[in-house]
Design a protein around this ligand. Structure first.
Ligand SMILES: Nc1ncnc2c1ncn2[C@@H]1O[C@H](COP(=O)(O)OP(=O)(O)OP(=O)(O)O)[C@@H](O)[C@H]1O
Length: 252
């Protein structure tokens, strides 16, 4: 089932066209990884898909309904964005930070229910932070703070999950754990993730969108993720290594 689609989408930065004529369908059960050089427009695309930036042209729809026609409260249950960076303004516990993800579901006076707190503790456990529930959010490391952002997205539980470089601050073990978790989620969610690690994309994603300077390539990993496409997008050559059942790309 297609959850998110773009038609003839165009995104600009000032007068510069970043993405043009993007027709894209993302279904539940798909894990899309967006790849491309610095500044090509990955974060701009993610923010536009989330409805935080207005596209220069074209349209975005969730379940066939134009993004701009969906009320904010409904949109918050349909799609969630894990941003590249989060700035915390004041001291609050890690658990309370994760509970912010339950905001779209609050009713009445808006207190946290026992179920909300259980969901938040469970999400912290999923990202290996259960022991930090009572810590001050301002005292976490960069990688820990990034995993709190993922836990917040988990309790928001939107059908469409947008992740902007979620592994950027993770050590190698947490990168793998995070990607396994995201792949598991993609079984019944539509997932789009920006990533700089081509080999994590090759290993975990089902589909890739590769953004080049003036064109893009999209489709299943096995057909789109090729040395030719990567060379066109990144401007350097790639060779392929096969080992332990994994296909890896080495930039030359
Ligand atoms: N608020 C803004 N005003 C003007 N230009 C912007 C703004 N935000 C981003 N840009 C420009 O848009 C372009 C795309 O930025 P974006 O952050 O989407 O790239 P990216 O592919 O995510 O890059 P990276 O891999 O470095 O994270 C960049 O050239 C950037 O300078």
């Amino acid at each position: 089932m297609i959850r998110l689609n773009t038609s003839d989408l165009g995104i600009t930065a000032g007068r510069r066209a970043l993405i043009s004529h993007l027709d894209w369908q993302i279904a539940a059960g798909e894990f899309w990884c967006v790849l491309g050089r610095n500044g090509v427009g990955k974060t701009s695309l993610m923010q536009t898909l989330a409805g935080l930036l207005k596209p220069a042209s074209g349209a975005i729809a969730i379940d066939g309904v134009g993004l701009t026609r969906i009320a904010a409260s409904a949109l918050a249950q349909l799609r969630g964005l894990m941003p590249q960076q989060v700035v915390d303004a004041f001291s609050v516990s890690v658990l309370e930070t994760v509970l912010i993800g339950r905001t779209p579901y609050r009713t009445g006076r808006g207190w946290d229910t026992d179920a909300d707190i259980a969901a938040a503790r469970n999400a912290l456990d999923s990202v290996d932070l259960s022991s930090r529930a009572d810590s001050d959010i301002l005292q976490l490391s960069g990688g820990e703070r990034q995993r709190v952002a993922l836990a917040t997205l988990l309790v928001q539980a939107p059908a469409i999950m947008l992740l902007d470089e979620p592994t950027a601050h993770q050590d190698v073990a947490h990168q793998l754990a995070m990607l396994r978790l995201v792949r598991q989620l993609s079984a019944d969610h539509a997932v789009v993730m920006n990533c700089h690690d081509i080999n994590l994309a090759a290993r975990f994603a089902t589909h890739v969108l590769v953004l080049g300077a003036d064109r893009h390539w999209s489709g299943p990993v096995a057909t789109v993720l090729t040395p030719d496409v990567l060379e066109s997008a990144f401007g350097c050559q790639f060779s392929v290594l096969e080992a332990d059942g994994l296909r890896s790309f080495v930039a030359q």
